[in-house]
Design a protein. Sequence first.
Length: 234
Amino acid sequence: MLDPFGLAESRWRAAVAAAPHPMHPGWPEVTPMVRLARGPQLRLRPLLRKDGREWRQMRLLDEAHLRPVEPTAHRGWDAAHTQPAWHANFMALRDLATQGTVIPLVIELDGAFAGQLTLGNIQHGGVSSCWIGYWVFSGYQGLGAATAACALGTDHAFRRVGLHRVTATYLPSNPASGRVLANNGYREEGLLRRNLHIDGQWRDHVFVAQTRDEKPGSCVERLRREGKLLPLRH
């Protein structure tokens, strides 16, 4: 398996053990593996060009789940998920990743593509923050995959990207996403009025955040203590 820059997976793992890249810390890297309470193992790894087929298929199948919570596809859902649309999306994400402003990751469950997690608007220096967003294919929902992926993504932002603050938003009509974020230590900071154009109209969003030093340990460690994640099998 190769990453977008042609590096072998063994070099991804070596990168995690080394100092973060000076220009785009945290990219391209794989996260540690975690085991869900029901047994499957999950990790995050860089989005690959070859992921396009599964990305398109899963998102087309899940239109009824995703369209109500994602930015409006002004040309239509099908047009937003053609092969050329995937290619343009992937190239844009790759360029932003090399600039250090976005980290696009695949949620991988027992080695299978299961969704996507993105760290976006990465800023260092006096701001030192990013936002986190994710989606999980409906066929894998109910396993705790979103909660585990959010934990890995948050820990990656703090520990490998080196940020101070991670934020997220969710629709008031989507309390399940709010629970995923709350389970990972995010706290509500307010309501963003008419924040994003979702499914044809401007929608309010609940705004949540956490900082690196708010809670002891990592998100993954806290989920393990609560029994939401299990120790890895050896």
